[in-house]
Ligand binder design. Structure first.
Ligand code: FES
Ligand code: FES
Length: 150
């Protein structure tokens, strides 16, 4: 079946089964490999993108549930005001280690800052709780979000 989706401001028609996860449409059909596969079960946050502005686990989001909602991925998050501030802080704080989890971390952090420009520590904890980092970059992630918010 053909689905028409809007990703990072561009419209794409993709011919896939309706239950195909958005993650695989992005990576395998559209070639946008910045969004990562970790667990495939909404447990790690590596696959986080924005759907209609909301942080969304693309590994469990079937393409037929997207409708007309606009999708933003790590490839374009720097074009948003909150995303640009988050990316700048990420670089200045040297947040990533191996980097595998980081696109998901940035997408969750950018969604937080877009909805709460001055997040409290509790807001940060809540927003980032579902994003796992095996390298343990959590302290630098928190510092970078605070820097981006200041
Ligand atoms: S790959 Fe989607 S949450 Fe882990
Ligand atoms: S930077 Fe390596 S898993 Fe997070």
């Amino acid at each position: 079946m053909t689905f028409t989706i809007k990703v990072n401001g561009s419209t794409h028609s993709v011919d896939v089964d309706g239950d195909t996860p958005l993650l695989w449409v992005l990576r395998d059909v559209l070639g946008m490999t910045g969004t990562k596969f970790g667990c495939g079960m909404a447990l790690c946050g590596a696959c986080t993108v924005h759907v209609g502005g909301e942080p969304t686990r693309s590994c469990i989001t079937p393409i037929d549930s997207i409708g007309s909602s606009e999708i933003t991925t790590i490839e374009a998050i720097g074009t948003t005001a909150a995303g640009a501030r988050i990316q700048k802080a990420w670089v200045e704080r040297e947040v990533p280690q191996c980097g595998y989890c980081q696109s998901g971390q940035i997408m969750s952090a950018a969604a937080l800052l877009a909805s709460k420009p001055q997040p409290t520590d509790a807001d940060i904890e809540d927003a980032m709780a579902g994003n796992i980092c095996r390298c343990g970059t959590y302290a630098r992630i928190r510092d970078a979000i605070k820097q981006a918010a200041s």
